[in-house]
Design a protein around this ligand. Structure first.
Ligand code: 6LW
Length: 559
């Protein structure tokens, strides 16, 4: 690049930063487990939803004016009557949602697996309240998505079983479609198979899913995930002149994948797929999709995150990220923007602290399954989050006293200040880094031989068992309590405590983080840091008081 160009680039960046304009954004735009993104635009407003599985509230709704600064404005499922997840494994429950808008009404279609299946919920205000789910029993499958045709007809498409439910190979699925009555919120007409297998059934494509249809230049374009949501994930596209097909596969499919790249490349973004498209007011096309950031090989603890990349139309077909082989951590901003919204940061490196001095929990906090009792409070002691110690533990499939923040970085730390006293060894409170019921580490304060201790437990692989990795008697404890810290550094976690603020004592260093990776633990979620208190199946009237929670992300790629 010649000197003039470099000078111009610096002037542009300098001007933009002086004027508060953001000239480039960081990926993932939603860091941490925010999988299966779906997006729509209404005027100059963008809305995005993600899967939440057995976390509650279900299906966060994000809003943005520029596709890069996102603010959580509510949840589709935030009433216990809408969604009872008790008994579900953490990666069950709510699978991939899709958000669409038509004639003043927002629609979210989604699936409760092991439950009543596919449903549609509606709202006129995307921040809620959303309707109760209207179940769609005729649609047998997952990943439902609506398409509103310009002739007033509506269609529901979804991933489903192979023809006659007789798979030709493992992973053989179909995309099926039915006309849908928006008035009656039910399928009408016959269901038809519009994609059998995937982009080329002769190559035995697996897991065609996450379908969405768009209409452009007289074509119906159908995009879908293919390859399964791991390393071989991809996005493929088909098109037809008629809504009912036949749909022709793009000869240059997939339009997005990272599976063919050098696995030893620096800071890889992998497993990209499950995309959705949005057209900006200026006619540019962009795609959101899920991707993963392994710290080594195919090990990642931050789950499947939401990325944004440009779409370009080539020979009448859409291609995601056409100017690069690798999905980029930085792209020029799609819409000139300035960092106006003061939402909880979701991208790049940041520090955020919750002092629990509001009268409601921040929307980014997660419960594990649907709370049916009042076991937490922001009013018991102003400026504190109180958790009642209750019998459920995070090894089970009940609703423990557990409020979590996603792990959004490969490196960083979380800390909290905890006022908790107990004479009983079964009573414990602290921070848990949690992937699922059999894969977590719990740093807690408790009692051992009537002495206050800080302990580190590793979950057992059978539900309910756990292994004590470290324990340290606590001498004097100041009235403000103890502070706990978990430090993540890619493939290790280190655990600290202090009774004198800012002088941390190491309890245990370099504990294996791979144990909490998706590769080892399985599932569809990502790690979360939970503020957690339990009486381990005993009755208790005790409470734990958390004064603040601090989160710091320190990923090298953003430095
Ligand atoms: C989602 C489907 C998928 O419904 O996994 O592997 C499911 N891809 O699209 C949960 O993310």
């Amino acid at each position: 690049m010649n000197k003039l160009l470099i000078t111009l680039l610096f002037i542009t960046i300098a001007y933009s930063q002086c004027s508060g304009q953001t000239v480039r954004f960081t990926n993932p735009i939603l860091a941490g487990f925010y999988p299966d993104p779906s997006i729509c635009r209404v005027g100059s407003d963008y809305y995005l939803v993600n899967s939440t599985f057995s976390y509650y509230p279900g299906i966060p709704v994000f809003h943005s004016k520029d596709l890069i600064h996102w603010e959580a404005i509510g949840h589709v499922m935030n009433r216990s009557g809408q969604l009872n997840l008790i008994g579900a494994g953490v990666s069950r429950g709510i699978f991939a949602p899709a958000i669409r808008f038509n004639n003043g009404v927002f629609y979210v279609t989604c699936t409760v697996v092991d439950g009543k299946g596919n449903f549609v919920a509606t709202a006129t205000d995307p921040s809620g309240p959303w309707s109760d789910p209207v179940w769609i029993p005729q649609a047998n499958g997952i990943d439902p998505s609506l398409f509103f045709d310009d002739n007033g007809k509506t269609y529901l498409l979804y991933n489903s079983v192979p023809p006659d439910d007789k798979p030709l190979y493992d992973g053989h699925r179909t995309i099926r479609m039915s006309e849908f009555s928006i008035a009656e919120k039910k399928v009408i007409g016959d269901e038809e198979i519009i994609i059998n297998g995937g982009s080329d059934i002769n190559k035995k494509p697996v897991w065609i899913e996450g379908p969405h249809i768009f209409k452009k230049d007289g074509y119906y374009f159908l995009i879908a995930a293919e390859g399964g949501t791991e390393y071989n994930h991809s996005e493929v596209v088909f098109r037809s002149k008629k809504i009912e097909g036949p749909y022709i596969s793009y000869e240059k499919n997939p339009i997005l994948t990272q599976r063919n790249l050098n696995p030893n490349r620096k800071n890889p973004i992998t497993s990209t797929g499950h995309a959705d498209f949005v057209e900006t007011e200026s006619g540019e096309w962009w795609s959101v999709f899920l991707g993963c950031r392994p710290y080594v090989s195919d090990y990642y603890n931050t789950g499947r995150e939401t990325f944004l990349a440009p779409v370009k139309w080539k020979d009448g077909w859409p291609v995601i990220n056409p100017d690069h082989e690798e999905v980029q951590y930085y792209y020029p901003t799609p819409i000139p923007s300035s960092d106006k919204n003061n939402a909880t940061p979701l991208s790049g490196n940041f520090v955020s602290t919750d002092n629990f001095d509001a009268d409601k929990l921040n929307l980014s906090w997660l419960f594990l399954r649907t709370p049916v009792e009042n076991w937490y409070s922001l009013n018991d002691r102003k400026g504190f989050l109180s958790l009642s110690l209750r019998p459920p533990t995070c090894s089970g499939t009940d609703n423990p006293s557990f409020i979590a923040h996603r792990q959004q970085h490969l490196s960083g730390n979380v800390s909290t200040s905890l006022d908790f006293t107990s004479q009983l060894e079964n009573e414990k409170a602290g921070i848990v880094v949690f992937q699922n019921e059999t894969h977590y580490y719990f740093l807690c304060k408790s009692t051992e031989n009537k002495q206050p201790v800080v302990q580190l437990f590793k979950s057992g692989v059978d539900s309910g068992s756990s292994e004590l990795l470290a324990s340290q008697k606590l001498e004097s404890i100041p009235k403000e309590g103890i502070q706990l810290k978990i430090e993540a550094k890619g493939n290790t976690y280190s655990f600290y405590y202090t009774t004198k603020s800012s002088v941390w004592s190491l309890l245990k260093a370099d504990v294996d983080a791979k144990f909490l990776s998706t590769k080892e633990a399985g599932g569809f979620v990502g790690c979360v840091y939970g503020l957690y208190a339990t009486s381990n199946s005993q009755v208790s009237v005790n409470k734990a008081y958390f004064d603040w929670f601090r989160y710091a992300g320190e990923d090298q790629v953003y430095k």
